[in-house]
Each structure stands twice: as structure tokens, then as C-alpha cells.
Design a protein around this ligand. Structure first.
Ligand code: GLN
Length: 468
């Protein structure tokens, strides 16, 4: 029996006992290691921070924060000062960052405690958390199934009740997919809403850090803490991060894009999503079926752009600066030895394909063309939000698949069909549970216009209420 936690419950327990006692409880649960959710458990560091928080008087800086003493799991692609950070790759063996990502600093300022670094697909490239150098994470709803990816550890840790809250990153669905597969809530914020400083880049024009929690209110809370301008990330902007959840559906016009219910969608998923749309209608919202004609091309464009950016971003892992090191030979041999040994197959595949699509003679044919398609996909969203307030669609076309079931890369890429267009456009989207099939959760996503986080979370809260 799975029982998840909320921030309110954890905070109450901290008040009744202490941050140290609550961290110790969390550690005990995590140590059982049922689902391989963590790559690194920050035992000493989290207990030390808990004792520090317990010892300061309320009123001192750091005390009385909105997450005072609350443990959080962090996807292992965010830099945490003094805590090993691996990106689930052999190539970062032994790397301990000398600085904190901006999101981590903001969490600490509110009294949060980083309890560990969550498992993920290597360098966030994947949809299942099977490509981790540290072994696959398992889905708490069925350990023979994947938790989704690439932030599988972050979502599974929340679903398993190991932590109340976590952070993931979403380049093409990596917060929403595991949220959907694990029956939790996950938000991909508007591009630029959250600082990416200290997030180890996979495809930086697409990705955002986002919260994963057991309920919509906690997503809103975490979002309001991590969002906002950061001078260290020139793509970040200030926006209104105050989320009001009042479950107000008056005047809401929902767009239902028919392309997101296309070929290959599991009938149980389709039915669960439509049920909720009809529920929202019964409560006063209206819906319109709309067309987003470039959706079919989004997947191909996404993979070309993501792999191109990855091939450039991952050039820095050369065995010279951090992580894995082989016996020194000449420089070129060291580079190639370290990269051959350190990167897994999927990462190598993407570096090779990305390098190809950026190379002379192919750049215009692939990369440039993909950028043009990206603009068209974005225009689909612009015109949709000209007539509707939010879009609702299945997050994933299917529930969690079995571990080892989708082994060829293409079939995994295809599973991202409903999540990647949102990253190409840069708009926000939240995945919220909306039903289940054969014991596995189903998620729907609510997509909004730029910086419409408050609105989509309000609708998500309503959907959550309907789940009972
Ligand atoms: N599955 C997608 C990919 O492999 C998305 C990954 C992500 O969002 N980090 O690129």
C-alpha cells in the first residue's frame, strides 16, 4: 500500500518532534531501497542541516522558512555543493560540485533539506530511467514497470512516500512523463521562469527545472520558491510567482487538440482524459476540439534540436576537468578513452547524431529545418491560446510500460509525442493524475500560455479534487 506525504504533514511532524527526527525517519524509509530511487543519499549532510535548523531560534534567518526542515529529493543533474552529482553517468564518477545551483540556494533559504540525489536517465536522455549507470528505477505501483523518465527517481521517491517533494528537469517531458507514470503531480514551468544555473545542460533551449509532488498545492509552493529572475541565468525572467488556487472554472474555455489523441493512444488513457474533460464541463467550463496541425512534425524536430544541443553541451566532458579519468596518454587518446568508457550507449548515439546534424552540408538540411518547424509548432500554440484558455491532453499515450519492454530507441522516442511540442513552444504544462488502468496511474496535462502557471495549476487542483 502506497502512502504519499504532503508538505503540510511533514511540517506538522517537524513541529511535533524535530527536523532531525523527521529526517531520520525519511532516511530509514529510503534505506530500504525498494525502487532504486536514489543515486546518493546525503545522510550526514541532511542530518547536520536538520540539527542546525533545530538549534536556531525562530526568527533567525533560515528558520521559519516555508520548507523549514522538509526533506527534498533532487534529480542528480543539479549541482549540490559538497554532495556528489553524477547525471547517472560513469563519466562524472567522483564529481563533487563546488557550488549550489540557484534552485538549491532558494530551497535552502526556505529551510529545505536535500536528502539525496535522485536516479535518472543518463544525462536526462530517456523516457524510462533505464539508461542510468546506477541501474533502473522501479515504479512503486508495479516494480516490474518503469517509473517514466528521465526524472524517474524524483517521481518514484514521491510516489513511494520516501519524500514529500522533489525536483526534476523537463527537456521534452522528463518531469511530466514520470509524474504521469507514478501517479504524482509534475510541473514543467514556462521557459525562463526558473533559473537553470547549476543544472547540467542536456538541451538548454528546451529545458526547465520543475517540481514533482503528491498534490497540486505543493507544486505551487515549490514553484513559487524556485521561480524568478537570476542574474546568473540570462534567460531567466521575473514573473508573478504567486499562485492562487481557488478552483474557479467560470468562463474557462478548454481546447482539446485532436492530434494529441492520435494513433497508438491506449484506449484507457483516452477514456480517462475525456472523463475529466466532461467533469470540468459539468462544473461550468466549456470545451472546443481544436487542431494543432504541426504536432506531427514536433517529435522529429525535437530530437534533432535536442541531440544537436547535447552534442555541443557534452563536449565539456573530456576527462580533464572533472569526473572519470583514464591513465594519461596523449591528449587526444585521453579524450577518446574517457568518452568511450564514460558515456553509455544512448548518450553516445545522441552525440553522434547531433554532431552529424550540425556538420557542414547537413546543418541546413536538419538543424536549420528543425528550427523552422519549431517556429511552426510554437505558432500552433499562439493561435490556440488566441481562442482557448488552456489545453488538455493525455500526458503520455500509455501507462507505464514494462522494464525492458521498449528497448529500441525509436519506440521510446515515440512515447514522447505529447510532451515534446510543449518544450519546443516554451509554454508551461502540468501533469496531474486522472485515473488508472490495471493498477497503473494515468496522467493528463494542462497546458497554458506563457507564464500561465497560476491558471493551469488552478485547473489541475480541480482535476485533483475530482479524483477524490
Ligand atoms: N524523453 C525525452 C528525451 O529523451 C525527454 C527527456 C527530458 O525531458 N530530459 O529527450
Amino acid at each position: 500500500m502506497i502512502s504519499m506525504m504532503s508538505v503540510t504533514e511533514v511540517s506538522r511532524r517537524i513541529k511535533e518532534s524535530s527536523a532531525e527526527a523527521v529526517v531520520a525517519e525519511h532516511l530509514e524509509r529510503i534505506r530500504k531501497n525498494e525502487f532504486n530511487t536514489f543515486i546518493t543519499v546525503a545522510e550526514d549532510e541532511s542530518l547536520r542541516r536538520a540539527r542546525m535548523l533545530d538549534s536556531i531560534d525562530s526568527g533567525e534567518p533560515g528558520s521559519g522558512g516555508r520548507l523549514h526542515g522538509v526533506p527534498i529529493a533532487i534529480k542528480d543533474n543539479m549541482s549540490t555543493k559538497g554532495i556528489r552529482t553524477t547525471c547517472a553517468s560513469h563519466i562524472l564518477d567522483g564529481y563533487i560540485p563546488p557550488y549550489d545551483a540557484t534552485v538549491i540556494k532558494r530551497l535552502y533559504a526556505e529551510g529545505a533539506i536535500v536528502i539525496g540525489k535522485a536516479n535518472m536517465d543518463e544525462f536526462a536522455m530517456g523516457t524510462s530511467t533505464e539508461s542510468s549507470y546506477y541501474g533502473p528505477t522501479r515504479n512503486p505501483h508495479n516494480p516490474n514497470c518503469v517509473p517514466g523518465g528521465s526524472s524517474g527517481g524524483s517521481a518514484a521517491a514521491v510516489a513511494a512516500g520516501e519524500v514529500a517533494i522533489s525536483l526534476g528537469s523537463d527537456t521534452g517531458g522528463s518531469v511530466r512523463c514520470p509524474a504521469s507514470f507514478c501517479g504524482v503531480v509534475g510541473l514543467k514551468p514556462t521557459y525562463g521562469a526558473v533559473s537553470r544555473y547549476g543544472l547540467i545542460s542536456y538541451a538548454n533551449s528546451l529545458e526547465q527545472i520543475g517540481p514533482i509532488t503528491s498534490n497540486v498545492r505543493d507544486v505551487a509552493l515549490l514553484y513559487s520558491i524556485i521561480a524568478g529572475h537570476d542574474p546568473k541565468d540570462s534567460t531567466s525572467v521575473d514573473s508573478d510567482t504567486n499562485i492562487t488556487i481557488n478552483c474557479d472554472l467560470r468562463g474557462l474555455n478548454i481546447g482539446v487538440p485532436k492530434e494529441y489523441f492520435g494513433e497508438g493512444i491506449d484506449p484507457a488513457v483516452e477514456k480517462a482524459v475525456w472523463n475529466r474533460i466532461h467533469d470540468l464541463e459539468a462544473e461550468g467550463a466549456t470545451y472546443t476540439e481544436i487542431e494543432m496541425p504541426h504536432t506531427d512534425y514536433a517529435l522529429a524536430a525535437y530530437y534533432i534540436i535536442a541531440m544537436s544541443e547535447a552534442s555541443s553541451n557534452l563536449a565539456r566532458f573530456d576527462g580533464m576537468r572533472y569526473g572519470l579519468r583514464t591513465e594519461d596518454k596523449d591528449v587526444t587518446t585521453t579524450y577518446s578513452d574517457v568518452r568511450a568508457l564514460g558515456f553509455g550507449d544512448e548518450v553516445k548515439r545522441r552525440i553522434i547524431l547531433g554532431t552529424f546534424s550540425l556538420s557542414t552540408g547537413y546543418h541546413d538540411k536538419y538543424y536549420l529545418k528543425a528550427l523552422k518547424v519549431r517556429t511552426l509548432v510554437k505558432q500552433d500554440f499562439d493561435s490556440a491560446f488566441g481562442s482557448v484558455n488552456v489545453l488538455i491532453a493525455p500526458t503520455m499515450p500509455m501507462p507505464a510500460f514494462g522494464i525492458g519492454e521498449l528497448v529500441d530507441p525509436l519506440s521510446q522516442y515515440l512515447a514522447d509525442v505529447n510532451t515534446v511540442p510543449i518544450n519546443l513552444a516554451g509554454v508551461p504544462s502540468v501533469s496531474v493524475p486522472c485515473g488508472s488502468t490495471q493498477g497503473l496511474p494515468i496522467g493528463l496535462q494542462i497546458i497554458g500560455g506563457f507564464f500561465a502557471e497560476s491558471r493551469i495549476l488552478d485547473v489541475a487542483a480541480f482535476v485533483e479534487q475530482m479524483n477524490g
